[in-house]
Design a protein around this ligand. Structure first.
Ligand code: HEC
Length: 167
């Protein structure tokens, strides 16, 4: 409870980014992310996008269509290891307020890998979108042993859901 900092600013900033990306027209990257099939064709992008500086990368168009209700169902896949209640840690940290948070900073969670803690990653929607596709490829050495969500829609939906528990 006490560490309740304002998450509304990063969330608003992220939303503004989405709007900006949409109104500025799609960059080739965003267009590719939108049309690429979920499994194939993106391999060449993955390593390039894996750098922590990814926050500046174009926001994938699919993100704008995230459906929180559907994302709650996708989150069933995360629940073995994550809760969304503040302060409730399982194998993984509570994901309450995770949107906009710097990696490895959830209070009270003691099981972070140094890969995560020292990554410098900020969990913006766009970064999460990449990470959740193949966590171990995005962040080699992470303790999150989860193969990932290959479907862009599943990722967009679960991120929309996480946004509802970050406000
Ligand atoms: C098998 C257990 C497991 C599953 C399933 C799992 N995670 Fe994780 N997750 C972890 C662990 C452990 C960590 C800490 C990783 C580290 O420190 O390297 C983590 C870390 C994370 C982080 C970074 C947290 C931070 O504070 O930096 C996010 C975001 C995350 N998981 C989201 C998800 C989502 C969304 C799902 C479902 C689609 C999911 N995870 C499924 C175990 C899991």
């Amino acid at each position: 409870m006490p560490q309740l900092v304002s998450h509304s600013k990063p969330v608003a900033a992220a939303a503004a980014c989405v709007l900006l990306a949409l109104s500025a027209g799609f960059t080739p990257d965003a267009a590719r992310a939108q049309t690429a099939s979920d499994d194939a064709a993106k391999v060449d992008n993955v390593t390039a996008d894996a750098a922590p500086a990814d926050a500046a990368a174009p926001v994938p168009a699919a993100l704008a269509e995230g459906d929180a209700a559907a994302g709650k169902r996708v989150f069933a896949k995360c629940m073995a290891c994550h809760a969304v209640q503040e302060g409730q840690h399982r194998v993984g940290p509570s994901l309450y307020g995770i949107i906009g948070r710097t990696a490895g900073t959830v209070e009270g969670f003691r099981n972070y890998s140094s890969a995560n803690k020292e990554s410098g990653v900020v969990w913006t929607p766009a970064v999460l979108f990449e990470y959740l596709e193949k966590p171990q490829e995005f962040m080699p050495g992470t303790r999150m042993i989860f193969p990932g969500l290959p479907s862009e829609k599943d990722r967009a939906d679960v991120i929309a859901y996480l946004q509802t528990v970050s406000e």
